[in-house]
Design a protein around this ligand. Structure first.
Ligand code: PXP
Length: 240
């Protein structure tokens, strides 16, 4: 299974102080060293975390063969133009709303066939493998195939937020969607809200070939590294 690590949160932390650190590029290298198969980063229209320069550097590293880059982006003329110029190996089209804390749901591919088809054609012609971030429904899967996307990423955010029977119901919808998409010849990825606790349920769905995970990895990294980072400063300020 392909693991894409989303490094947006590293940039969020940097933008909170407008410093040069923590550097998302350094984070990308560490994720690769930790076993990530690729890096995912979202250039949002409001540039709230990843900046144009970050994406340029990531794309350069991708084009040099140092890493696999999945650029997440909204379906806008500006983003299509940027992605066509940067040529990351993969692009994931996502819905974007200014006020949202994070991507809140899947893309309505079925409701915007012409616009989606145009974006997929341009991005594919530039050499990017395009993925549609969609809810696990047949109508969105059919539409993704219709617009020519070779990959779908199933939105697991609702599954992650649910509990008990409702969660099992959503899990079945994801499994059925993965199986249906694969039968159409689409490659299936999944992501959003995945944690160490709920990721095994995705691993158990054989049609899912890749996961994109960000928030939980960065959150876990804080706890796995905080003790050491404190100890470094304590050692530094120690007077004899
Ligand atoms: N996949 C997509 C399309 C996303 O937009 C995001 C969040 O940016 C993720 C995966 C990762 O979600 P999380 O940060 O909750 O792991």
């Amino acid at each position: 299974m392909h693991l894409g690590v989303n490094i947006d949160h590293i940039a969020t932390l940097r933008q909170a102080r407008l410093t040069t650190y923590p550097d998302p590029i350094a984070a990308a290298h560490l994720c690769i060293a930790g076993g990530a198969d690729g890096i995912t980063a979202h250039l949002r229209e409001d540039r709230r975390h990843i900046q144009d320069e970050d994406m340029k550097t990531l794309a350069r590293l991708a084009n040099e063969g140092v890493l696999h880059l999945n650029m997440e982006m909204a379906v806008t003329d500006e983003m299509v133009r940027i992605a066509c110029a940067l040529k990351p190996q993969a692009v994931c089209l996502v819905p974007e709303k200014r006020q949202e804390l994070t991507t809140e749901g899947g893309l309505d591919v079925a409701g915007h066939i012409d616009r989606m088809k145009d974006a997929v054609q341009k991005l594919s012609a530039s050499g990017c493998r395009v993925s549609m971030f969609i809810d696990p429904t047949q109508i969105q899967i059919d539409a993704s195939q219709r617009v020519g996307a070779p990959v779908i990423e199933l939105h697991t955010g609702h599954f992650a937020n649910l509990e008990g029977e409702a969660q099992q119901h959503e899990l079945k919808a994801i499994a059925d969607a993965a199986s249906y998409a694969k039968s159409l010849g689409l490659m299936v990825h999944a992501g959003h809200g995945l944690t160490l606790e709920n990721t095994p349920a995705m691993v158990n769905i054989p049609e899912i070939e890749g996961l994109n995970i960000g928030h939980a990895i960065v959150a876990d990294a804080v706890f796995k590294g905080l003790k050491c980072a404190t100890a470094d400063f304590k050692a530094l300020i120690k007077r004899d």
